[in-house]
Design a protein around this ligand. Structure first.
Ligand code: PSU
Ligand code: MN
Length: 305
């Protein structure tokens, strides 16, 4: 039971070189095999090609690993006994020597502890539809409130109640920065009505905001929302219909709690005949490019100061 940081990531962190954290729930619970492994490796390549070092984070036989190698990513993508690990599950997974895929929340905890300032994913969790009854609010939101790392994503997943998610983030003091957009990206598409808090048009400006929040010692994180590329986006109305159907199915089957998100993602993939998976891949790659660029600017600005 230990924290193992890969050699190159440890070197980069010690020398103020750009590092981008990547989560692993998306690999084990968010996408089907073998696309999950292919895309995880591709995202790492994109981060490298854009001048930063990728650090995929997971729990392997109880060890917290920062910077999985390709074999470990492959095994994580194949194994059937991988726990979905959020903040609350960390101690259990470590002590019982489990394999665990870390959610946005758990990845934030670990990445921030080792000094990583930028984290790239597809979509973050949020307030679920019907939360006034179910109380289902992803702990990703509370983690953003208490851990200072910038999370680059394509918005909260469209399966959520986006309006309540934004209200919650406002209450918790988490800024939502829209990269080249005024309207709120919501994963497969962009909301026609909801706005981001601030529109920011360059990655160097985003880096300055991140550096400023660290300079002040703020404990809370930053949500950077990056719209899915236009060619890959799905029409808002079409995806809304599919989501409603998937949620109905979920209620019929009786899926609840931490199983909800994985169920909905795979059901939406079935209902769209694989189109949502293609959109998912496109937006993660798009986020990886932006995240790497932000990480580079963070280091550059600190160096210049
Ligand atoms: N986005 C995806 N696929 C995923 C997730 C997000 O495209 O699998 C995962 C992330 O790891 C996120 C988690 O942290 O779902 C949120 O789960 P919950 O709603 O149970 O907190
Ligand atoms: Mn939940």
């Amino acid at each position: 039971m230990k924290i193992r940081i890969s050699q190159e990531v440890a070197y980069a962190l010690a020398n103020n070189l750009p590092v981008v954290a990547l989560e692993s729930t998306i690999i084990s619970h968010g996408m089907p095999y073998p696309q999950n492994v292919e895309i995880a490796i591709k995202v790492e390549e994109i981060v490298r090609a854009n001048g930063a070092l990728p650090a995929t984070i997971a729990i392997i036989g109880g060890d917290v690993v920062v910077g999985l190698d390709e074999d470990e990513i492959e095994e994580l993508g194949q194994r059937k006994d991988v726990l979905k690990v959020s903040r609350r599950d960390l101690g259990y997974a470590m002590a019982t020597k489990k394999w665990g895929a870390t959610t946005v929340a758990a990845t934030m905890v670990i990445a921030a502890k080792v000094g990583i300032k930028v984290f790239v994913t597809g979509g973050v969790g949020g307030v679920h539809r019907g939360a006034s009854e179910s109380f289902d609010i992803s702990s990703d939101l509370d983690e953003l409130a208490r851990t200072n790392i910038a999370v680059v994503c394509a918005g909260p997943k469209a399966i959520l109640d986006i309006e309540k998610t934004l209200e919650y983030l406002e209450t918790k003091g988490v800024p939502v920065l829209g990269y080249k957009t005024d309207k709120m990206p919501v994963f497969y598409t962009t909301s026609p009505s909801l706005n981001v808090l601030y529109r920011v048009d360059t990655s160097s400006e985003i880096a300055s905001i991140i550096n400023a929040s660290h300079a002040l010692g703020l404990e809370s994180g930053i949500l950077v929302v990056n719209p899915i590329p236009k060619e890959e986006a799905m029409p808002y109305k079409d995806i809304e219909k599919v989501i409603d159907e998937a949620i109905d199915d979920m209620k019929k089957v009786g899926v609840k709690g931490k199983e909800e998100t994985p169920y909905l993602l795979s059901r939406i993939n079935e209902l769209t005949k694989g189109k949502s998976q293609i959109a998912n891949e496109a937006l993660i790659i798009n986020n990886a490019k932006l995240g790497a660029s932000i990480a580079k600017h963070i280091c550059r600005e600190l160096y210049e100061d």
